[in-house]
Design a binder for this molecule. Structure first.
Ligand code: AMP
Length: 145
């Protein structure tokens, strides 16, 4: 058996947390090193490492929970706005190899940045290069919703 992730240990009650929501498949708790008051992590109980590993029913539970919790968190901390994000994979900055969605309350005076700030070197692409990329993505067999 693999060593349980820190989030599995929290969900099992083996590590203390400030839990804000629990269902049969999803838990949400305050981030221990918050970027803002109310910074919350929404986590599937199963330790899927990447978003692509999360099966369909759990995906629905995960993102529905994000949608439901967002206004509750904004209201609780009187936030003006929210940044929602996932560091999906090592190169994206994922530290805990167990899928989690960050809900980060934002405030008018928080001196933060938009999600565009996560990358420093932007590619310089012309229309033809953009279309080639779009065409390649379109060729993937996406399951329609
Ligand atoms: P990421 O870089 O997206 O993998 O983020 C992992 C997050 O988990 C960080 O924001 C950490 O502060 C948070 N974290 C790590 N350990 C704990 C813990 N025991 N309780 C709550 N949050 C944690």
């Amino acid at each position: 058996m693999d060593t349980p992730t820190v989030f599995e240990q929290i969900i099992a009650g083996d590590i203390p947390s400030h839990m804000v929501y629990e269902s049969d498949t999803i838990s949400a708790f305050l981030d221990a090193n918050p970027l803002a008051v109310g910074h919350t992590l929404v986590v599937p109980h199963e330790p899927y490492e990447r978003l692509t590993n999360v099966p369909e029913t759990t995906r629905i539970d995960l993102w529905t929970t994000v949608h439901e919790l967002l206004p509750a968190i904004e209201s609780a901390v009187e936030a003006d706005a929210t940044t929602v994000g996932v560091n999906d994979g090592n190169e994206a900055g994922q530290e805990v190899p167990h899928v989690h969605v960050h809900i980060i309350p934002r405030f008018e005076d928080d001196n933060g940045s938009p999600i565009h700030a996560v990358v420093n070197q932007r590619p310089d692409l012309d229309q033809s290069e953009l279309e080639t990329i779009a065409e390649t993505i379109r060729s993937w067999p996406i399951t329609p919703v």
